[in-house]
Ligand binder design. Structure first.
Ligand SMILES: [Zn+2]
Ligand SMILES: [Zn+2]
Length: 232
C-alpha cells in the first residue's frame, strides 16, 4: 500500500495557497498513491472538504492533524471518522492560546469547501504550541479513537528527539516518522530504543510538488495497526 500520511493544506499558514483539497487528492491520484491523510497544524477543519474531494476522486483518505504539543513537539494524529477528527479538533482548538494569525508574516489560513472554494479564514494562529502535552496523547487517542505517531522524529526542530533529547521512558508510541530516511541507521544507533519499531516516511508536503511518489509501501505492521483502529 503506497501512502502519504502527512500533508498540509492551505489551512496551515506555511502551506501553499494552492494546497486546496482537490489539488491534493488529484495530485495523489495522478501519482498513483493508495492512501493519503490531511494533517494541518493543530487543525482538522479542512478535513470535511478533503474527504469529500477524495471520495469524488476515488482515493482513500484519512482525516488527521499534526498537533504541536505544549512542548513544541509535532505529532501526527489520524482518525477513523470525520466525526472523531472534528471532536479532537474542537478539543485541541480549545487549548490554543488566543494569538491571532498575521497572514503577512505567517501566511494565510484558508478554509475551503469540496470544490476548492474559499469559505473563510481562521484567525487563531495554528502554528503556536497547543495546550496538549506529548504525554497526554496516548490517553487522548484512546478517548477520541485515533492513532498518533511522532512526526519527523529525526529533524532538528519540533521533533520528539530534538525537544526531549531521547526516547521518553513513560510515553509509548506505536510507530514513528523518519524524515531523513538515508540516516535511519545512524538514528537507531544513537537511539537504540527505536530499533525494531515500525516507522514510516511521509512527504510533510506544504507544496503540491512535494507530495510523495508511490515508491514506498506502508510497513505491514503499521497497516495492521491502522486497520485494527478502523482507520484503513
Ligand atoms: Zn512538523
Ligand atoms: Zn507537517
Amino acid at each position: 500500500m503506497t501512502y502519504d500520511l502527512h500533508i498540509h493544506s492551505c489551512l496551515s499558514p506555511c502551506g501553499d495557497n494552492d494546497m486546496t483539497v482537490n489539488n491534493i487528492v488529484n495530485m495523489a491520484v495522478l501519482k498513483g498513491l493508495d492512501v493519503v491523510a490531511l494533517t494541518d497544524h493543530n487543525s482538522s477543519k479542512n478535513c470535511p472538504a478533503f474527504l469529500e474531494a477524495a471520495k469524488n476522486a476515488g482515493i482513500r483518505a484519512i482525516p488527521g492533524m499534526e498537533i504541536n504539543t505544549s512542548e513544541e513537539i509535532h505529532a501526527v494524529c489520524l482518525f477513523p471518522t470525520l466525526e472523531q477528527a472534528m471532536a479532537f479538533d474542537e478539543y485541541v482548538f480549545s487549548t490554543m492560546p488566543p494569538v491571532k494569525n498575521r497572514p503577512e508574516i505567517y501566511g494565510d489560513q484558508i478554509l475551503v469547501d469540496a470544490e476548492d472554494q474559499p469559505v473563510g479564514t481562521l484567525d487563531t494562529l495554528l502554528i503556536t504550541a497547543s495546550g496538549v502535552s506529548f504525554d497526554e496523547l496516548p490517553d487522548l487517542m484512546e478517548q477520541y479513537g485515533g492513532i498518533f505517531f511522532p512526526a519527523h522524529i529525526d529533524r532538528s526542530a519540533n521533533s520528539l528527539l530534538a525537544i526531549l533529547g531521547a526516547v521518553p521512558e513513560d510515553t509509548d508510541f506505536p510507530f514513528f516518522e523518519v524524515y531523513h530516511v538515508g540516516l535511519y541507521d545512524d538514528l537507531v544507533e544513537k537511539h537504540p530504543k527505536l530499533a525494531g519499531r515500525p516507522w514510516l516516511h511521509n512527504s510533510d508536503a506544504h507544496y503540491l510538488w512535494d507530495i510523495a511518489e508511490p515508491e514506498r509501501q506502508l510497513d505491514p505492521r503499521i497497516e495492521q495497526m491502522l486497520r485494527d483502529a478502523g482507520i484503513l
